[in-house]
Design a protein around this ligand. Structure first.
Ligand SMILES: Nc1ncnc2c1ncn2[C@@H]1O[C@H](COP(=O)(O)OP(=O)(O)OP(=O)(O)O)[C@@H](O)[C@H]1O
Ligand SMILES: [Mg+2]
Length: 308
């Protein structure tokens, strides 16, 4: 895992994506690797896990580990404000107030959030590519994340189409071609298209790893099957699967023995269904994983199991 530039953690709600992405990031930093942990889940919890104050920008955990919580609504708002600023000067006040309302409605259209997260994620990663050895991404529950990954291709095609139309529109204009404003728009579109192309190149390469996380229970297994199938269809690189909250083997308690028996069946199921992936088991702790000390314990467990 030490050779991967970009490591995504995905899976059903509550299975341990935040915990394990944080623990892995800590482990990498302990191995002298400069690591940036990024959360794309609007319901952020990295600050709770590390026991630090939430912040807008990056937060430093140690000399080699920082984390960043992307707020999609903040990104959408920034975009809208920038677009409105450039429009205000050349439309009437009535038209402007109509446009403003229309723009603010976009804030909540399906897909806007995922597109905004992707925009910020690609920017942060590409701008800091040389400053960090690893980018670990703690994603939102399955559906959101898959939508975001599907958006990569869609945004690329959409920008291509938009650029084509702009160029054609320019051709029909009187001699002199595009005016400076159109040129500027074209330039922004070109820059964005190029950025998405560069990001896609990393995303769909072997330098990127997508790690599904699940717990040994029926519904998470079913959801992970669908997630893995979709990630494969998208051509994303899968090598490992993390099974979290595995009960300790030594127990005499009758209730826990029954749970353990059920777990054994699900573990067998997981091994069969995901036999092409390397299975990493993470034990269930006595308590919730909060604060750097418990996180360090999980990081040590991960290090042992990964042989890192
Ligand atoms: N190995 C573990 N042992 C004990 N508790 C754990 C373990 N892993 C995670 N937890 C606890 O389970 C809860 C859910 O974990 P976490 O927040 O990491 O899941 P998540 O997949 O990120 O959830 P969400 O989908 O809501 O973002 C947390 O309270 C966490 O402390
Ligand atoms: Mg989480």
């Amino acid at each position: 895992m030490l050779d991967k530039k970009l490591i995504f953690f995905g899976g059903k709600g509550g299975v341990g994506k935040t915990t394990l992405s944080s623990a892995l990031s800590l482990l990498l930093s302990q191995r002298n690797r400069r690591t940036l942990l990024i959360s794309t889940d609007p319901a952020h919890s990295l600050s709770d896990v590390f026991g630090l104050k939430p912040a807008k920008g990056t937060v430093k955990v140690n000399d080699r580990l920082e984390y960043l919580e992307i707020d999609p609504y903040e990104v959408i708002k920034e975009h809208i404000e920038r677009a409105l600023e450039s429009i205000e000067s050349f439309v009437s006040p009535e038209t402007f107030s109509w446009i403003k309302e229309a723009f603010h409605n976009v804030e909540h259209t399906p897909g806007a959030e995922e597109a905004a997260v992707l925009e910020r994620l690609s920017k942060v990663i590409l701008e800091n590519l040389d400053s960090f050895d690893h980018f670990v991404v703690d994603t939102a529950p399955t559906g959101h994340t898959l939508n975001m990954l599907r958006t990569v291709g869609r945004v690329g095609n959409w920008l291509e189409e938009l650029l084509k139309r702009r160029r054609e529109a320019g051709r029909f204009k009187e001699a002199g071609g595009l005016n400076p404003r159109d040129e500027k728009v074209l330039e922004i579109l070109r820059e964005r298209k190029e950025r998405f192309a560069r990001f896609s190149e990393i995303l769909f390469s072997k330098r990127t790893l997508f790690v599904p996380v699940l717990i040994p229970e029926k519904l998470p297994i079913m959801e992970t099957e669908r997630l893995v199938a979709e990630l494969k269809r998208l051509n994303l690189n899968l090598e490992y699967i993390f099974v979290n909250k595995v009960l300790p083997p030594e127990t005499t308690d009758s209730f826990l023995l029954m749970r353990k028996e059920q777990e054994r069946r699900y573990m067998k199921d997981i091994k069969e269904k995901f036999s092409h992936l390397r299975l990493i088991e993470v034990p269930m702790k006595e308590r919730d994983v909060e604060g750097i000390d418990t996180l360090k314990e999980i990081a040590t467990e991960l290090g042992r199991r990964l042989g890192a």
